[in-house]
Design a protein around this ligand. Structure first.
Ligand code: FE2
Length: 326
């Protein structure tokens, strides 16, 4: 019996199907972000008009019928309200028609769990980096089983920072991956570096980098902002790793696709004799498979969900999630 999961927290409408931890399908369509950025109501409209198509696509690629779906899961949050709402409605409607249970999933738990599953490392330290988030987490049992946040950004996510910088530097498309390309032949120029214990901040770095564009080549500023931000994350992760003595490090979330961040964290982990794992890009970008996989864990773990929990939560912190179903 398989679980179908729906992800719609931001620009991606994704549908995944998981059966005994095996990903049978991971279909998605992505809203094309233009210069105007992401206007939530427009992205939601995109999701609404693509929902049926992506669900059908996922079912076809899994090669199963609806009678083989034993549960539905969806992203409850965090994310953009109007976008989350479309995924939730699609999940509730489908579950009603199939007469199967529904499970609400935290987006960050999705990223971490699918990566942990693919890594084969038990209870690793997770470095979760995306547009809106940058956190270092590990599972703990007290006062209840949950992800403890050892360190995190005190202002904006690293992905957001790189996108904002890319826009200011007039890079096209204005994304972190473009910053990485421009940075390839750059040299280092001094930047503010802020790590406080296992927390870090990015706005000072961003403001400074934008100012430095006035008098430095864009390749040098791009190289330096990227190196500084990733080194800050690596320093905080190293500290958390030495504190927790976890079994290894996993890197997940949208920014985990960065080859340079992977390289820095891999080198840091290996220097301590620790394992390091990063999933293929399709699982680091937003996807339905991770939501389906967590839905399956909840379903098999006997998680009981009240109807009043089947809501959306724009600010749904990962450390609020009770993992006792795992
Ligand atoms: Fe994500």
């Amino acid at each position: 019996m398989a679980v179908l999961g729906i992800e719609s927290s931001a620009h991606t409408f994704g549908v995944g199907i998981s059966e005994n931890g095996k990903i049978l399908a991971n279909s998605k369509r992505m809203y094309n972000i233009t210069a105007s950025g992401m206007i939530p109501s427009r992205v939601a409209e995109f999701h609404a008009s693509n929902a049926k198509g992506v669900i059908e696509e996922a079912m076809a690629s899994a090669g199963i019928g609806f009678s083989e779906i034993s549960a539905i899961s969806y992203t409850k949050g965090p994310g953009l309200g109007p976008c989350l709402r479309i995924g939730q409605l699609a999940a509730l409607t489908l579950a009603e028609r199939l007469n199967v249970p529904v499970y609400p999933v935290n987006h960050a738990v999705g990223h971490i769990k699918i990566t942990e599953h693919l890594s084969g490392i038990k209870d690793p330290l997770a470095v979760y980096v995306s547009g809106g988030n940058s956190q270092i987490l590990g599972a703990v049992d007290k006062p209840f089983r949950h992800y403890n946040v050892y360190g995190e950004t005190l202002d904006i996510g690293v992905g957001n920072m790189l996108d904002n910088y890319a826009r200011a530097a007039k890079l096209n498309p204005a994304w972190g991956s473009t910053v990485a390309k421009v940075a390839e032949n750059g040299s280092y120029v001094g930047m503010p570096y802020t790590v406080k214990g296992m927390d870090f901040t990015f706005t000072g770095l961003l403001t400074n980098a934008i100012k430095m564009l006035e008098s430095n080549p864009v390749k040098d500023v791009s190289y330096s902002i990227q190196e500084t931000a990733f080194s800050m994350i690596a320093e905080a992760a190293e500290r958390a790793m030495l504190l927790t003595r976890n079994n290894g490090i996993i890197l997940c979330g949208g920014v985990a696709q960065s080859k340079r961040l992977q390289e820095i964290l891999r080198a840091m982990s290996l220097s301590h004799g620790s394992k390091f794992f990063v999933a293929p890009n399709e699982y680091n970008a937003d996807n339905g498979a991770m939501i389906a996989y967590v839905g399956e864990l909840m379903h098999k773990g006997g998680k009981r969900v009240k109807e009043s929990e089947l809501t959306i939560m724009q600010r749904y912190r990962v450390d609020e999630v009770d993992l006792s179903w795992h």
